[in-house]
Ligand binder design. Structure first.
Ligand code: S3P
Length: 188
């Protein structure tokens, strides 16, 4: 089995898409792309500002344009924003030449990992847990439907998630072959 041209990470806020994506890219020798960060760089403003000035709809338009552009880059691991799956027109862009990975995460972990975050406009209210719960109810079936791989991240270090992902995507990356040979020698 050969590596897919692109690996696309989807999942809710707090799933660890950026952290895991960066580590996975390093492991596979792929380039790491983070859709939200590139939107911010291009725009010269952060996501709360974009939501404030252009509304969520303005942000979603930028997101679709960004996904269209980034879907053309081979040998990349792409971390997407949690709502990237909400526009149906994005689905083909996410799936283009890609293995889509859903980083599935419990509400408790999402709450824990986003607790002190000020950069996620959808969670700046009195009850972020209910927001996350409602979003999960709508989005979980869509993430699941789109995904080639569903990977649970609860109570796992990013390192472990990456190792399990590499094994699912392709157990024969050069680094793993070296590791397997080394382990073989050690046990000889
Ligand atoms: C959003 C998730 C965020 C960001 C924006 C909207 C969402 O990305 O795109 O705040 O709709 O779930 P992360 O999933 O990286 O936090």
């Amino acid at each position: 089995m050969s590596l897919p041209k692109r690996i696309v990470l989807v999942g809710p806020m707090g799933a660890g898409k950026s952290t895991i994506g960066r580590m996975l890219a390093r492991e596979l020798g792929y380039r790491f792309l983070d859709s939200d960060r590139i939107i911010e760089e291009r725009c010269g403003a952060n996501i709360p500002w974009i939501f404030d000035v252009e509304g969520e709809d303005g942000f979603r338009q930028r997101e679709t344009a960004m996904l269209a552009e980034l879907s053309e880059h081979p040998q990349t691991v792409l971390a997407t924003g949690g709502g990237a799956i909400m526009r149906e027109e994005n689905h083909a862009l996410l799936k283009r030449d890609a293995a889509v990975v859903y980083l599935k995460t419990s509400i408790e972990q999402q709450v824990e990992r986003t607790r002190r975050d000020r950069n996620r406009p959808l969670l700046q209210n009195d009850d972020p847990e209910t927001v996350l719960r409602n979003l999960f109810a709508i989005r979980d079936p869509i993430y699941t439907e789109l995904a080639d791989i569903v990977m649970f991240t609860d109570r796992k270090s990013p390192r472990l998630v990456v190792r399990q992902l590499v094994n699912r995507i392709n157990p024969k990356t050069p680094r793993h072959q070296r590791q397997i040979r080394k382990e073989g020698r050690n046990h000889a």
